[in-house]
Design a binder for this molecule. Structure first.
Ligand code: NAP
Length: 349
């Protein structure tokens, strides 16, 4: 068993980490941190628990420590980070001197020597770890997972990118409120409403997707070569991001072929039989009114992305479109970090 900790354990993503790590076969959760507001309290007293399942007994009595304290040392190998970006930018590099940091935060994602990884899409980017440790003189390292909307989009684009020539992608998101953190969007702002702006989200989707589908040679990443434009919106759904995706290929392709490539898509996590890996990363729905966040977000324990309404687009002969749903705090956050750590545990540790 590998001892692990969670940084930012009291928040929306932190709670998902705790739920997913409870009875994990490889990881033993021993340390929890949060802000100075929560430090010194039992986890149960420090946390407003929002998940449907009750808080695991095993974490209730763990005393939360202050993430920002320099001298704390933990009896762990891996620290999962669900810290706000500003805090992550300061503390993650400090922790990486001694620990493996598997981070959800965007602070380090676009650093040239920090792998931004979806195990099914670009596991080979873990080669950057050696360069990172050399560059920075760290015994540990940082590995990051992408933004929640990017993960779901990129997983569905991967089999298309590998088998057809993508020319352009447009994506319009309808994102759940849990993506903004526990106190991110007030009920007065979102009930009976939609907010057509999520700070930096469109830029993240546009840059991260091209990097993830790119290639790596001698430690240098070359981005994928197609155009992408995102429009991001917050809707009154608790969990589960929905995305309408419009793809233009260089050449005409048959919808049946695209569907087959998507539904047959598997990669290294499935080959290695990693504990959190879904059997099929992409689940295709044939019903006209699917996918829906309430019905599809928990597919494959929240680690599958559900695709429906895959159809030709009249805009050009080479165009098609579809709708996807992915769980933003599981596949899009905590589950993604845990899958990264499972891959590292199996292939590097
Ligand atoms: P959240 O609900 O606001 O939780 C933030 C956590 O960080 C809490 O544990 C909080 O502790 C702690 N924290 C806040 N300020 C701190 C400080 N100054 N020093 C140390 N700890 C501090 O946020 P979240 O939604 O879980 O998001 C966490 C990270 O994951 C963010 O970087 C976010 O962008 C990223 N992310 C989120 C999602 C999603 O769907 N929610 C998806 C992908 C990535 P206290 O309780 O003590 O305040």
């Amino acid at each position: 068993m590998v001892n692990v900790g969670v940084l930012g354990a009291t928040g929306m993503v932190g709670q998902r980490f705790i739920q997913l790590l409870d009875s994990h076969p490889d990881f033993n959760l021993t340390s929890l941190t949060a802000s100075s507001r929560s430090a010194g309290k039992r986890y149960e007293d420090a946390t407003t628990w929002y998940l449907d399942d009750s808080m695991p007994e095993s974490v209730k009595d763990i005393v939360v420590t202050d993430t920002n304290v320099d001298e704390v040392s933990y009896d762990v190998d891996i620290l999962f980070s669900s810290l706000p970006t500003e805090t992550a930018a300061i503390v993650e590099p400090k922790f990486a001197k001694n620990y493996i940091v598997a981070s959800n935060a965007s602070a380090m994602r676009m650093e040239k020597d920090v792998p931004l990884v979806i195990p099914e899409v670009n596991h080979e980017f873990l080669d950057l770890i050696e360069i990172q440790q050399k560059n920075r003189g760290w015994d540990g390292f940082i590995v990051t997972n992408p933004n929640c909307s990017t993960i779901a989009l990129t997983l569905t684009l991967k089999p298309i990118y590998d088998n057809f020539n993508i020319k352009k992608v447009y994506v319009s998101t309808m994102q759940a409120v849990s993506g903004a953190g526990y106190s991110g969007v007030s009920s007065m702002a979102i009930i009976d409403n939609l907010i057509p702006y999520i700070g930096s989200e469109e830029e993240k989707m546009e840059s991260e997707t091209l990097q993830l589908l790119g290639s790596i040679e001698n430690g240098k990443i070359s981005n994928a070569n197609f155009r992408i434009s995102a429009s991001c919106h917050r809707v009154a759904v608790i969990d589960g991001h929905t995305e309408a995706v419009f793809v233009e290929l260089e050449d005409n392709a048959n919808i049946g072929d695209i569907k087959t490539k998507m539904s047959n898509f598997k990669s290294l996590p499935q080959e290695l039989d990693l504990y959190s890996a879904p059997k099929n990363p992409i689940i295709i729905k044939e019903e006209d009114d699917r996918p829906q966040p309430r019905l599809d977000r928990n597919s494959s324990n929240g680690m599958g992305v559900t695709v429906g309404r895959l159809r030709k687009d009249i805009i050009s002969n080479n165009s098609f479109k579809y709708v996807l749903v992915g769980h933003n705090t599981i596949r899009g956050a905590a589950g993604a970090s845990i899958l990264n750590a499972e891959l590292i545990n199996k292939t590097i540790l």
